[in-house]
Ligand binder design. Structure first.
Ligand code: ASP
Ligand code: MG
Length: 417
C-alpha cells in the first residue's frame, strides 16, 4: 500500500487535477489517495460560515462564487454535461444552499464542521469521477464513516481502535486497487461530521499510512519539497533533500507550514517514510522525512511568524513573578486557547509573544490586567532560525529593531519590528 495526499494547491484547477491523474496512473501499487478541498475552498467556506452567522445577504454571493469556481473546473474535466458528476455536484451544493436559508444553531463549532466539510466532500467526488473517466477505476470512501472521532467539533479526537477496524475492513472488502477519500474530516459515532483542525489532511493521510502499514506516504505540493525558507520572501531558499522526523516536528512547531504537526507521530511509530514532492515535477527527488537524525549537516532554516504581539506583565503589587503567579497566567492563556510562541522571564516581569489573531486576545489582556500591569507591542515578527549561524542571524536582523533575542544550541528566536 502507498498513500498519496494532494493538498489544496495540487487540486486547484482542471490542469492540476489532470496532473494528479497522471501521477496516479504511474503508480502500480495499491493506492490510497487523500484529497483536500480545492484551492482556497476551506477559507471560502469559513468566510461563508461567518456571513451566515451574521445573517448577511452577502453569503449568497460567496456561495455562488464557491459553486462557480468548482463548476468551472468540472466543465473543463467533463465536457459532456450528461456525466453523472454534474448531478452529484448539484446535490451537494443544494445541501449547502438549504442550510444558508436556515438559522445557524448556537453551537458554532458544530455548524462549522457540518458546513466546511463540504469542501472535501465535493473535491473527492470530482477527482474520483475524473480518475474513473481516465480509466482509473477507484473506490470513493467516505471518511465520515471510517475515520471515527469524538464530538470535539473542529478538533475531533480520533478513535484509533474503531478507525483501524474500519479501515482494515474497507480494504478487506475492496472492489478496486485505488481508494479516494477526504482528508481533514471524520464522523462521530452518532453520525455527525467532524473536522480535525485546519490543514488536517496530512494527518488523515498519516493515520491511513500507519494503520495499513504503507510502504510510504507522499504529500504532493506545489513546491519541490521542504525549503530552507519561504520562497515567496526569500528567492534564494533551497530544498532540503532529507530531514529527520524530529526536525520535521520542530519545524512545524515553530510555524513552518511544512506538514501538519500531528502527521509525524503515526509515521514515526512505524518508521514509514514521508516524501514531500511537487505535483509539477513528479520525477523530482523531493524531501524525504524519516529516521532519528538528519544525516547531512543541516543548513539554517528560517520560519517567520507575522502579526505577533509581545506582552509584558508586571504584578501590580510589585511582587515576584514566581510559580503560583505563572500558573495563573497560563491558566488564562489556556482558557482563551491562545498558544504562546516565546516567553522571557525576569524577577518582576514576564513577557510572552503570541499570534495577535482572533477575538479573544483583547479579552485575555483585559483579564490579565486585573492582576498585572500590561504593556504590549503589536505588529511584530517572530523569526525562528533552526541551525542558525552568525551570518544567518545578521542577515535577518539587520535593518530591523531587535526586541527580544533567545538562543539555544540549535535554535535562535528573534522578535523584531
Ligand atoms: N482543506 C483543509 C484546510 O485547508 C484541510 C487541508 O487542506 O489539509 O485546512
Ligand atoms: Mg489545504
Amino acid at each position: 500500500m502507498i498513500v498519496y495526499k494532494f493538498g489544496g494547491a495540487s487540486v486547484s484547477s482542471a490542469s492540476s487535477i489532470k496532473s494528479l491523474a497522471g501521477i496516479v496512473k504511474e503508480c502500480k501499487e495499491e493506492l490510497f489517495i487523500v484529497i483536500s478541498a480545492f484551492g482556497k475552498t476551506t477559507n471560502n467556506l469559513e468566510a461563508l460560515l461567518s456571513l451566515w452567522y451574521k445573517n448577511s445577504d452577502k453569503r449568497f454571493s460567496v456561495y455562488n462564487d464557491i459553486v462557480g469556481y468548482h463548476y468551472n473546473i468540472i466543465s473543463k474535466l467533463f465536457p459532456s454535461v450528461n456525466h453523472h458528476v454534474y448531478d452529484v455536484f448539484s446535490e451537494l451544493t443544494l445541501n449547502i444552499e438549504r442550510r444558508l436559508h436556515d438559522v445557524p444553531g448556537d453551537n458554532y463549532d458544530f455548524e462549522y464542521d457540518q458546513l466546511v466539510s463540504y469542501g472535501e466532500l465535493i473535491s473527492t467526488r470530482i477527482v474520483s469521477a475524473f480518475l474513473e473517466t481516465s480509466g482509473l477505476k477507484n473506490q470513493w470512501a467516505d471518511a465520515r464513516s471510517w475515520l471515527k472521532t469524538d464530538d470535539t467539533f473542529r478538533e475531533g479526537k480520533v478513535n484509533y481502535i474503531q478507525t483501524e477496524l474500519n479501515i482494515k475492513e474497507l480494504v478487506r472488502t475492496r472492489n478496486s486497487n485505488i481508494y479516494v477519500t477526504q482528508g481533514f474530516i471524520g464522523g462521530t459515532a452518532d453520525g455527525h461530521t467532524t473536522t480535525l483542525g485546519r490543514e488536517g489532511s496530512d494527518y488523515t493521510a498519516a493515520i491511513i499510512a500507519s494503520m495499513l502499514d504503507a510502504v510510504k506516504l507522499v504529500v504532493w505540493k506545489d513546491v519541490p519539497g521542504i525549503l530552507t525558507a519561504d520562497p515567496l520572501f526569500f528567492p534564494e531558499a533551497e530544498k532540503l533533500d532529507f530531514i529527520s522526523y524530529r526536525e520535521a516536528i520542530e519545524l512545524s512547531f515553530y510555524g513552518a507550514k511544512v506538514i501538519h504537526p500531528k502527521t509525524i507521530k503515526p509515521l514515526q511509530n512505524k518508521n514509514i517514510p514521508l516524501y514531500v514532492k511537487s505535483f509539477l515535477d513528479p520525477g523530482g527527488s523531493g524531501t524525504l522525512i524519516q529516521g532519528p537524525e538528519s544525516q547531512s549537516p543541516i543548513r539554517p532554516i528560517v520560519i517567520i511568524k507575522r502579526e505577533q504581539i509581545l506582552v509584558s506583565l508586571t504584578p501590580r503589587d510589585f511582587s515576584f513573578v514566581v510559580e503560583d503567579c505563572l500558573s495563573r497566567i497560563f491558566a488564562l492563556f489556556f482558557k482563551y486557547n491562545v498558544k504562546v510562541n516565546l516567553i522571557q522571564h525576569s524577577a518582576i516581569s514576564f513577557t510572552l509573544c503570541f499570534d495577535n489573531k482572533g477575538p479573544f486576545v483583547m479579552r485575555l489582556l483585559e483579564e490579565l490586567g486585573i492582576e498585572f500591569r500590561v504593556l504590549y507591542n503589536e505588529d511584530l515578527e517572530l523569526i525562528t532560525i533552526r541551525h542558525y549561524t552568525q551570518d544567518a542571524i545578521k542577515k535577518h536582523s539587520t535593518g530591523r529593531k531587535l526586541i527580544v533575542e533567545q538562543r539555544s544550541r540549535t535554535t535562535a528566536m528573534l522578535v523584531v519590528s
